[in-house]
Design a protein around this ligand. Structure first.
Ligand code: ATP
Length: 502
């Protein structure tokens, strides 16, 4: 734990409230962020965590209450520029990089203090130094165009950018679900850096649904429920179960989350050609892969009612494989897709929640070519109830939902469609533990009814819900085995094994 005194408040929030229309996102929140501490913030989807952080970062104004920074009151006009001048940085759940610009150009946008005719050189040096400190061996070049990076690498750039100090020190960094797109090795690098940062006197707020990383990285943890901070304690006072209980969910007796992820984050371009066969809707889907890095590349098979897990290092061809299956099946109306990168692949933020849910089911919700609004609303209301989506009305815009609740809508969209094959691309990003557990049960129930799932996951624990697992490396599945043979060691060894050159 930090050498610095933990008693001094860097930021004090006093009776802070904030509403969005009828939704009281924050209600009378009083909280201190101390110097030299990592404060964890945990709570169910829609509890108010991001709203609180937006207020701290100056991107949202508070309705009621007061805030002080280093003892100085922050006025009504507190906004992003002042936050930045005070050394407050925030990495939001939804990444904010401009995809068509390079890493260094994105650095320049976020750090306008980098000026002069040598700004490119300076931005490149600053970014490389931040990346090297946080993610040694990252492999990201300042000239890389962001759109060409994997989602994990984009997250690394976004995080490194937040810690880039140009002409003033970084005092407080807010990380909202920072490891959700990172796999184990990279996530661990970040969490080690977090400890170094706070031990050097910096303050950090960490928001995560991954309990183990909260317990191991935070000094104190604040628990939120429905806009209130209900409890703040030393992290060492909590266990996994007591944290879940404080959030208002029962602990699962069957699956203890180890929150273990697969490792490494690298981009592999899947060049292998594959051939797919699937006849009648209940015939198995078979993908024959071209010979790849392993001596025996398995035929990937998904039978009706099976849950197939795709594992391996992030970026090794799992998402590309799902896309190929999606393309091969599209048009037949038999396939649904749950995106993990909801910002670019999943949601229409200005459309209503109901429209976002119904978009893949319109055929069944129409008559004589006209969409029946009542049916759309009935479907949306049913799924709101089933998935526990927190909103006063499904007619509200999708963009008004919290990140985790948006992800639930994507699940509802896929499960509500008539598809018999559901493809899931690491879909649990930002979903709270209680909901995750419900979704796992739902997937199993739907599989028992005959639906087939192909599920790419970066969380090792989720593989334990699959019937058969394929490990990907260099763009191909290199090994397949049944659940009974699943072990972390096996997944890791297949993920890392070097090619044997004869
Ligand atoms: N711009 C907005 N317009 C309307 N409602 C909003 C807006 N932003 C947040 N809300 C609502 O405020 C509440 C709190 O949302 P917030 O994003 O702070 O939750 P969260 O704890 O960060 O959730 P998650 O774990 O899913 O990210 C939710 O009910 C959400 O729907």
């Amino acid at each position: 734990m930090s050498q610095h005194t933990h008693t001094q408040g860097l930021v004090e929030l006093c009776h802070v409230s904030r509403s969005f229309g009828q939704v009281k996102a924050l209600s009378n929140v009083t909280l201190t962020i101390r110097r030299g501490e990592c404060l964890g913030l945990i709570g169910h989807n829609g509890a108010g965590k991001s709203t609180l952080m937006n207020i701290l970062a100056g991107t949202l104004a508070l309705d009621e209450g007061d805030m002080t920074f280093a003892g100085q009151p922050l006025g009504q006009d507190y906004a992003v520029n002042q936050a930045r001048a005070l050394g407050v940085r925030c990495v939001f759940q939804e990444l904010s990089l401009c995809p068509n610009l390079s890493v260094l150009e994105n650095t320049h946008i976020a750090c306008p203090e980098i000026r002069g005719w040598q700004w490119r050189k300076q931005a490149a040096a600053q970014m490389t130094s931040s990346l090297d400190q946080i993610f040694p061996g990252h492999g990201i070049k300042p000239q890389h165009i962001v759109a060409d990076l994997s989602i994990g690498q984009r997250q690394m750039v976004e995080i490194a950018r937040a810690f880039t100090a140009v002409d003033r020190p970084v005092e407080l960094v807010i990380l909202d679900e920072p490891t959700s797109s990172l796999d184990a090795r990279v996530a661990q690098q970040l969490l080690s850096f977090v400890r170094r940062f706070v031990e050097g006197g910096g303050s950090l707020v960490l928001i995560s649904h991954i309990l183990d990383e909260m317990l191991s990285s935070c000094d104190r943890i604040a628990v939120m429920q429905d806009g209130h901070v209900v409890e703040v304690r030393q992290a060492t006072d909590y266990t996994r179960d007591s944290l879940v209980e404080a959030m208002g969910h029962a602990a699962s007796p069957t699956h203890t989350q180890s929150d273990v992820r697969s490792n490494e984050s690298s981009v592999a371009d899947p060049t292998a050609s594959e051939s797919m066969t699937s006849g009648a809707s209940n015939a198995p889907l078979r993908v024959h892969q071209a010979s790849g890095p392993a001596a025996h590349t398995p035929v990937i098979e998904a039978r009706q009612g099976q849950i197939i897990g795709l594992a391996g290092l992030a970026g090794h061809g799992q998402s590309a494989f799902l896309n190929k299956v999606l393309m091969s099946r599209q048009g037949a109306g038999q396939v649904a897709f749950v995106a993990g990168d909801r910002q670019t692949e999943g949601i229409f933020p200005l459309w209503s929640i109901a429209e976002n849910m119904a978009i893949t089911s319109l055929k069944g919700l129409s008559q004589y070519g006209l969409i029946e609004r009542q049916k759309v609303m009935a479907m949306a209301n049913q799924w709101q109830h089933e998935m526990g989506i927190r909103t006063p009305s499904v007619q509200n815009p999708m963009g008004s939902l919290s990140g985790g609740n948006q992800q639930k809508v994507l699940f509802a969209r896929a499960l509500g469609a008539s598809a018999d094959l559901i493809l899931m691309d690491d879909p649990m990003r930002g979903v709270d533990v209680g909901t995750k557990r419900e979704v796992y049960e739902r997937i199993q129930a739907e599989a028992a009814k005959g639906r087939t799932f192909i599920w790419y996951t970066t969380e090792f624990e989720e593989l334990s819900y699959c019937d058969h697992i394929y490990v990907f490396r260099d763009g191909q599945a290199v090994e397949g085995f049944p659940l009974s043979e699943l072990s972390e060691a096996r997944v890791l060894s297949s993920s890392f094994e070097e090619d044997v050159v004869c």
